[in-house]
Structures are given as C-alpha cells and as structure tokens.
Design a protein around this ligand. Structure first.
Ligand SMILES: *[C@@H]1O[C@H](CO)[C@@H](O)[C@H](O)[C@H]1NC(C)=O
Ligand SMILES: *[C@@H]1O[C@H](CO)[C@@H](O)[C@H](O)[C@H]1NC(C)=O
Ligand SMILES: *[C@@H]1O[C@H](CO)[C@@H](O)[C@H](O)[C@H]1NC(C)=O
Ligand SMILES: *[C@@H]1O[C@H](CO)[C@@H](O)[C@H](O)[C@H]1NC(C)=O
Ligand SMILES: *[C@@H]1O[C@H](CO)[C@@H](O)[C@H](O)[C@H]1NC(C)=O
Ligand SMILES: *[C@@H]1O[C@H](CO)[C@@H](O)[C@H](O)[C@H]1NC(C)=O
Ligand SMILES: *[C@@H]1O[C@H](CO)[C@@H](O)[C@H](O)[C@H]1NC(C)=O
Ligand SMILES: *[C@@H]1O[C@H](CO)[C@@H](O)[C@H](O)[C@H]1NC(C)=O
Ligand SMILES: *[C@@H]1O[C@H](CO)[C@@H](O)[C@H](O)[C@H]1NC(C)=O
Length: 500
C-alpha cells in the first residue's frame, strides 16, 4: 500500500503509531538526509529531475516538485506529495483520512474497525465470524474458503476444507529454526587457521610474525623503518623523516600550506587552507573574517549580533532589512509569513508547513486534530477534541536571543523524571542563571518542576535546557537541548552586552 516510486528509505521509527512510514525520494546520498541533526542548507538542496529544490520545504515525486510539504515528512502518491498522517493514497488519488484506522480498498478507503476489504476492491461490514474469500465473504463457523482452483466458499464438510488438525499443524510451523553456533577454535585469517606464534594476520593476509612488525591495513611494516608511515590504515612509503599523520593527512616539515584547521607542527594557525591571525581575525567554518565585522560565526559568515536586522538561523545568515512584519527561524530557513505558514520542530530538525485549520505540530509532524493527538511530541491515533493547543514552540537557544535577555531564565539539567496524574515531575539542577536585570538568584540548585506531561515537549534525562521562571513561580521549558560548550557562552555575552 505504500507508493514510493523513488528509492524508498523508510524512517518510520519515530513513532510506533506512524505505521505508514515516510518515503525519502532522495537521489543523492542518504547520509545527508534530515534527522541526523545536520542543518546546513547545502544538505537541504536536492535535485528533482534537472531542477533543484529544498527538501525542507518541498518534495519530489516521480520527477515532479510538490511545493509546500517537506519530503522529510511526506509520502508520494503518483506524482504528488501528501502528508501520510492526515491523508491516504488510494490508487494514485489522495484522500483525506476520516480516521487513523483507514486503509485503501482499491480506489476507496475504509475503516478497518467496522469494515473489511475483500479481493482488494470490495468493502463489507465487519461482522463476527465473517472472513474474506476472494472478493466475497463467508461465515467461518459454517463455511470454508477453498482453492478450487479459484477461491470459492464451500460448506464446512466439503473435502477441500481444512480439517481441524491441519490448522493446528500450520500454526505450529512458525517457530524459528534454532541456530547452532560454530565452536570457537584456533584463530583464523579469513578462513585459514594459523599459529599466532609464527604468523600474523593483517586484514586477511598472513605474514611472518615479529615483535617489530605491525599491520597497516593488509600490509606490514617494521617500526624501525622511518621511510614508511602508516596513516589511517594506508601505508605510505618514501615519506620524509619526521612526518606525521594527523586525521588521515600526512604532514611533513616541508609542507607549509594549511591543510587542516589544527596544525600541530607549524607556528601559525590555519583557517581553511590559509593561515590567519586569531588576534585580528575570526575563523568560521574555514573562512577567515576580520573581527571588526563581528565576533560570532553564523555558518561560514561572521556577524555582529548587535545588528537587529541580522538573524542567524542554524548557520544561515538572513538580512531582515527588507522583510516586513515578524520573521523567525525555522531550522535554517526564515519563516516570513507566519499567518499562512507554521514551523514544526524536533530537537534535530525543523519543517515549514502551510497552515491548515485544526492542525497542530507534534514535534516535526503537522497533524489533523480530528485524527491524532499528541503527547510529549509523540503522536497517538486517538484524537482528543478538547485538548488545548500548545501556545508556544521550543526553539534552539540561538533563536531565543535577544528576547530572553529580559526574562528570568536559567539553564537547568534534567536529573530525574517521574510521571503521575498526567503531570511530569522533573528534578532540575540549575547549571547557570541568565538574570541580568533582577538581583534575585535561585539559591537552591535543585528545582522541582511540574509540567503538564502531554502538552509539554519531551525532556531527556541528562540534557540541559533553557527554562523560564514565570511571575507565579511556574517554570516553562523554552529551548531545545543546549550545547554547554558553545551556546551558553554566546547567550551570556549577548545578554550582558545588552545591559551595558
Ligand atoms: C532553499 O533554502 C535556502 C536556504 O536554506 C534558500 O536560500 C533558498 O532560497 C531556498 N530555495 C527555495 C527554492 O525555496
Ligand atoms: C529540464 O528538462 C526538461 C526536459 O527534460 C526541459 O524541458 C527543461 O527546460 C529542463 N529544465 C532546466 C531548468 O534545465
Ligand atoms: C481533518 O480530518 C477530518 C476527519 O477526517 C476531516 O473531516 C477534515 O476535513 C480534516 N481537515 C483538514 C483541514 O483536512
Ligand atoms: C461466532 O462463532 C462463535 C463460535 O463458533 C459463536 O459462539 C458465536 O455465536 C458466533 N457469532 C455469530 C455472530 O454468529
Ligand atoms: C469476483 O471474483 C470472481 C473470480 O475471482 C470474478 O469472476 C467476479 O467477477 C468477481 N466479482 C466482482 C464483483 O468483482
Ligand atoms: C602537503 O599535504 C597535502 C595534504 O595531504 C599533500 O597533498 C601535499 O602533497 C603535501 N605536500 C608536501 C610537500 O608533502
Ligand atoms: C541588509 O540589507 C540592506 C538593504 O538591502 C543593506 O543596506 C545592508 O547593508 C544589508 N546588511 C548586511 C549586513 O548585509
Ligand atoms: C502567504 O502569505 C503571503 C503574504 O501574507 C503571500 O504573499 C503568500 O502568497 C502566501 N502563501 C500561500 C501559500 O498562501
Ligand atoms: C526588554 O524589556 C524592556 C522593558 O522592560 C522593553 O522595552 C524591551 O523591548 C525588552 N527587550 C526585549 C528584547 O524583549
């Protein structure tokens, strides 16, 4: 029933209930696709036929681009993309699901709880003891379905009907055969046994063993030979003395160009392929910039965070001078028209959807509230008509700057979680407070926070998040997990500079 024409790559593991899976239509390398946490824009541009498109905003089906729906969450129905949470593809037509318990029967959909589909295209009311036989139904208590040679319904006593004992046998055949593990004996090189006292095995090749001999991939070398160097499993011969292998690259004293960002043996720092002076310049992803233009990197660019017209969205720098109204980041994209677009995000990815009535985000997914409900970023196929909408979205820490500088916020690490009566009780360890204005300091580093479990985003043990303390002493989760080493410094420096 899946209809993925492009090389299928199922990533349904996110939710057990997300039974239909998600097809990727990516023709490039799979490793670049979403979910890995990579947010570089380059990874979001793919080819559809000869046209390039953004997988974070469109899908490619059979060489056609469907705008408005990211293929990270779409399935293909013939040449159009659809959201498999809320729609179903039957016989190349997209139908709006009436329930999460629908399936296709030919070109129609049916409710699996009340109906059944026989012969692939005929729908019957589901009744106790009623089964399909080809394209008709029969009563299991009085009849059977015989292959005669076509499937026909016969009274139970006919010879073609299976006997009770046959049915028993069939159901017992399912047990898996037990494997007998080979006994562990002498060491083998590929398949050949060898004596490790005399020989050594280098990736399947046998050599005479010696204390000074080492393997390098499938070759051997002696430690006393200083004209060879083994670098990441590749044996290099005739290398100059005192060469070194750093990250798979051989550095020699004569090699004066910058090949990596860290050069252990040269007196100068490298940025990309060039040297740079870290006192006057800043290196962003291998691109060197004058520090005068700013102190923070956004991808490969540098920017001045005091400039309120610049927005850094996960490594993409946007100039807001021309944009009217509110603009906010959605992953590495800029959400401009928040009247007809919605951003759904998980801690690793973000997707822009065309806003639809009675639809909501559940992590990365955008669902019809008549079909699904959402609890702590997990979809459930049981709609909850009266559930209140989540009124805010958690964001990457950088996207919360500078608004957060004004608020009573702190970094809290989730130490322990307990669920009780729809409440999630979280024990937080305060690891840092960004409280520029108020003198109030959180004295006890251990906080007990209660969240409405289903209406709150997921919180992982051991992760640190930005939290807000409201006036009424309640706490609210604000950010995705933060990177303690890089994000927090920027947060502090921006907020404290704001003050001064
Ligand atoms: C795709 O996204 C990039 C940023 O990630 C943006 O610069 C570009 O304009 C987008 N292209 C389209 C066709 O939306
Ligand atoms: C893509 O290919 C089609 C035919 O294969 C052609 O008509 C079209 O102009 C091409 N588009 C681009 C952008 O090259
Ligand atoms: C949401 O699902 C319900 C039930 O199937 C359907 O009637 C409604 O049209 C759907 N809403 C949208 C906007 O598709
Ligand atoms: C279905 O089969 C069971 C067992 O044979 C019987 O007890 C029950 O009455 C049957 N139900 C209907 C609706 O015929
Ligand atoms: C049901 O199947 C039989 C044979 O498999 C076929 O002859 C008959 O036309 C089918 N009936 C319908 C309504 O599809
Ligand atoms: C310097 O290192 C680069 C990168 O490995 C290599 O391609 C180049 O040949 C080296 N130059 C010399 C002189 O060894
Ligand atoms: C942003 O755009 C405006 C108008 O196009 C331009 O004057 C300004 O220099 C741009 N700022 C940056 C940092 O590129
Ligand atoms: C969204 O709204 C903007 C202006 O508010 C409009 O230009 C754009 O066409 C709209 N997009 C869609 C898909 O309706
Ligand atoms: C901070 O608060 C002041 C008033 O308390 C307000 O005028 C200002 O806009 C706020 N700044 C931000 C970035 O929210």
């Amino acid at each position: 029933m899946k209809n993925c024409k492009a090389p299928a790559f199922v990533v349904a593991i996110f939710f057990a209930t997300f039974a239909q899976g998600v097809c990727h239509h990516d023709r490039g390398t799979h490793s670049e696709v979403g979910f890995s946490g990579q947010m570089e824009g380059i990874h979001h541009l793919h080819n559809c036929g000869n046209v390039s498109y953004n997988i974070s905003g469109s899908s490619c089906c059979n060489g056609n681009i469907s705008p408005g729906l990211s293929q990270l969450v779409a399935d293909c129905c013939g040449s159009v993309a659809y959201n498999p949470l809320n729609e179903i593809c039957c016989d190349s037509k997209v139908l709006t699901q009436s329930s999460t318990h629908v399936k296709c029967c030919g070109k129609d959909m049916y409710l699996t709880t009340t109906h059944m589909c026989c012969g692939g295209n005929r729908i019957f009311n589901r009744k106790e003891n009623l089964s399909c036989c080809g394209n008709t139904t029969f009563d299991k208590t009085t009849h059977c379905c015989c292959a005669n040679p076509e499937l026909v319904v016969m009274p139970k006593h006919e010879t073609c009907c299976p006997k009770a004992t046959d049915e028993m046998k069939e159901s017992q055949q399912g047990s898996p055969p037990t494997l007998t593990l080979p006994k562990n004996s002498e060491p083998k090189c590929r398949t050949i046994p060898f004596n490790p006292q005399e020989k050594m095995c280098c990736s399947g090749k046998l050599y005479k063993a010696s204390a000074l001999t080492k393997c390098c991939g499938e070759h051997v070398y002696t430690l006393s030979d200083d004209s060879v160097l083994c670098c990441n499993g590749v044996l290099h011969r005739n290398v100059p003395e005192q060469s070194e292998c750093v990250g798979g690259v051989i550095y020699t004293a004569a090699n004066t160009t910058c090949q990596m960002s860290t050069r252990p043996r040269l007196g100068e720092h490298c940025c990309g392929g060039q040297t740079f002076n870290p006192r006057t310049h800043i290196c962003c992803n291998g691109h060197s910039h004058n520090k005068m233009n700013g102190n923070f990197c956004c991808g490969s660019e540098v920017y001045d965070h005091h400039n309120q017209f610049l927005r850094c969205c996960s490594g993409h720098l946007y100039n807001l001078t021309q944009s009217r109204g509110k603009a906010e980041c959605c992953g590495n994209l800029l959400l401009q028209y928040n009247n007809n677009q919605t951003c759904c995000s998980s801690s690793t990815n973000s997707i822009i959807y065309q806003t639809k009535p009675k639809h909501r985000c559940c992590g990365l997914y955008y669902y019809n509230t008549s079909l699904w409900s959402c609890c702590a970023e997990h979809l459930k196929p049981t709609p909850k008509p009266n559930s209140s909408p989540a009124e805010y979205r958690i964001k990457p820490l950088m996207d919360l700057i500078p608004e957060m500088c004004n608020k009573t916020v702190f970094f809290g690490k989730v130490e322990s979680v307990a669920l009780a009566n729809y409440q999630r009780h979280v024990v937080l360890k305060v690891v840092g407070q960004v409280n520029v204005k108020s003198e109030k300091v959180i004295k006890d580093p251990w906080l007990h926070v209660s969240l409405d479990h289903c209406n709150s985003p997921a919180t992982d043990n051991g992760m640190t998040y930005l939290w807000e303390e409201n006036h009424n002493g309640k706490y609210k989760l604000l950010s995705h997990p933060v990177d303690l080493t890089s994000d927090i410094y920027m947060f502090y420096s921006v907020c404290y500079q704001k003050k001064g």
